[in-house]
Design a protein around this ligand. Structure first.
Ligand SMILES: Nc1nc2c(ncn2[C@@H]2O[C@H](COP(=O)(O)OP(=O)(O)O)[C@@H](O)[C@H]2O)c(=O)[nH]1
Ligand SMILES: [Mg+2]
Length: 217
């Protein structure tokens, strides 16, 4: 039996540590300098609550010049890590519009009646180790997560390896739950190819609704 596949998209402002968190999770190492323009996807299996899933992690670089590309990322993602830096107040504010866009796109792809279902999201405040440079109070982030309907909030350090696996485990738990509530073969927006293909069932056929999807990069 092939493993269930899920795609996590890592989004947030430049320099907040999206690549550092991704590489820490996938390769168990800290990269001091990672090309800020690289946009890449990585694979790793993860076992959560006894269920092993094949994870694809898309590390975005915010270089998509056309809205349509970020729309494609959002459409193809089953879950999202929205990352800001605890050392940069404006990086928290940047997440508002990203989250709004995700909501709009994911809700549009759900079948009628399932619109209230939550998109799997984890809010991540990174660079926890830089204690003396901290600008964002825990309360401010918790408030934001509440205003988003209580999405989980974690403070992480890619450098010190704090809570890195935990954020991926959390979003995987949420994705598994969402999949059970509305299996992806009934949802519209699963694949990189967009809603139409899935909706028509042309790309399905496994019975589980999971399949290898084309990567848009
Ligand atoms: N001290 C510290 N530095 C970090 C952490 N995460 C990332 N960085 C550094 O912050 C800079 C930007 O990180 P990067 O992952 O490239 O950010 P991205 O643009 O969001 O992908 C790099 O110099 C990283 O080494 C962290 O948890 N702690
Ligand atoms: Mg990066």
């Amino acid at each position: 039996m092939p493993l269930p596949e899920y795609k996590v998209v890592v989004m947030g402002g430049g320099g907040v540590g999206k690549s550092a968190l991704t590489v820490r999770f996938v390769h168990s190492m800290f990269v001091e300098k990672y090309d800020p323009t690289i946009e890449d996807s990585y694979r790793r299996n993860l076992t959560v609550d006894g269920i092993t899933v094949a994870l694809e992690v898309l590390d975005t670089a915010g270089t998509e010049q056309f809205m349509s590309l970020s729309t494609l990322y959002m459409r193809s993602g089953d879950g999202f890590l929205l990352v800001f830096s605890l050392t940069a107040t404006e990086s928290l504010a940047e997440l508002h519009s990203i989250r709004e866009q995700i909501q709009r796109i994911k809700e549009a792809s759900l079948p009628v009646g399932a619109q209230t279902q939550r998109t799997p999201i984890v809010l991540v405040g990174n660079k926890l180790d830089l204690v003396h440079e901290r600008q964002v109070a825990r309360d401010a982030a918790v408030q934001l997560s509440r205003s988003w309907g209580g999405v989980p909030y974690y403070e992480t350090s890619a450098r010190k390896e704090i809570n890195v696996t935990e954020i991926f485990e959390d979003v995987v738990r949420q994705m598994i739950k969402a999949d059970h509530a509305t299996p992806r073969h009934r949802r519209g927006g699963g694949g990189g190819g967009g809603g139409g293909l899935n909706g028509s069932g042309l790309a399905g056929g496994t019975g589980t609704g999971r399949r290898r999807r084309c990567t848009i990069l």
